[in-house]
Design a binder for this molecule. Structure first.
Ligand code: CA
Length: 227
């Protein structure tokens, strides 16, 4: 998925772009509002992370201008600490969500994924990885046309992996994205993963949920021809 990051603090932009890249996103960075607006206007992005205090054009102006031109790309705004007025203002200007600086990267990632989950632009209701179908409207899983009963937590975990399009996700990233605010123990990810694997893979003699040692997990089409 393509993300546009508009942030004039170069160091922060660099760190975020690198993190998002590792989490499987394709990231373009604009360092001022005007450049961000021009890129966003192409409509080629699945979501946008937009700082408010920017040279050339403020984040609020960018937001308003995009919405005025019917660009519906979901926008996550970054606001300064204690700037409640900016938060309300950005929602009024057409942003979808906001995050207060300073923030931790996993929180940004979780907000962004949640924004993408709600986005009408992103995919249909059914995420497909090989013959595995993750139906986000019915919250149901099928493999080769057969229903696979999973728990709510297992479903959330599988959905996060399916949306990553084969990228490796760390346990911490999965934890925050799958169950935001609910749990802080990465062992939970391991426990749910083993349950999920039993149902989705072992029951079908398959290996689509991969462990990448020292890095995390990914969901792949294990029947795809090797490159
Ligand atoms: Ca700024």
């Amino acid at each position: 998925m393509r993300i546009l990051l508009v942030e004039d603090e170069r160091r922060l932009a660099q760190v975020l772009a690198r993190g998002l890249g590792l989490d499987g996103f394709v990231v373009d960075v604009a360092n001022d509002g005007r450049a961000g607006f021009l890129l966003a206007r192409t409509g080629g992005y699945d979501a946008m992370v937009l700082d408010l205090m920017l040279p050339a054009m403020s984040g609020l102006e960018v937001c308003r201008a995009l919405r005025a031109q019917d660009v519906v790309t979901p926008i996550l705004v970054l606001t300064a600490r204690d700037a409640e007025r900016d938060e309300v203002g950005s929602l009024a200007a057409g942003a979808d969500d906001y995050l207060r600086k300073p923030f931790r990267y996993p929180v940004l990632l979780a907000r962004l994924r949640s924004l993408l989950r709600r986005s009408p632009l992103v995919g249909g209701d059914v995420l497909q990885v090989g013959d595995l179908e993750v139906d986000t409207a019915r919250r149901a899983v099928r493999r080769g046309g057969r229903d696979v009963p999973v728990t709510g937590r297992e479903f959330a975990l599988l959905e996060v992996l399916a949306r990553a399009h084969g990228a490796v996700l760390s346990k911490e990233a999965i934890l925050v994205a799958a169950w935001p605010g609910e749990a802080d123990d990465v062992n939970l990810v391991e426990a749910r993963m083993s349950g999920l694997r039993r149902k989705v893979d072992l029951a079908f003699d398959r290996r689509s949920l991969e462990t990448v040692r020292g890095a995390g997990y990914r969901l792949v089409d294990d029947q795809a021809a090797p490159l």
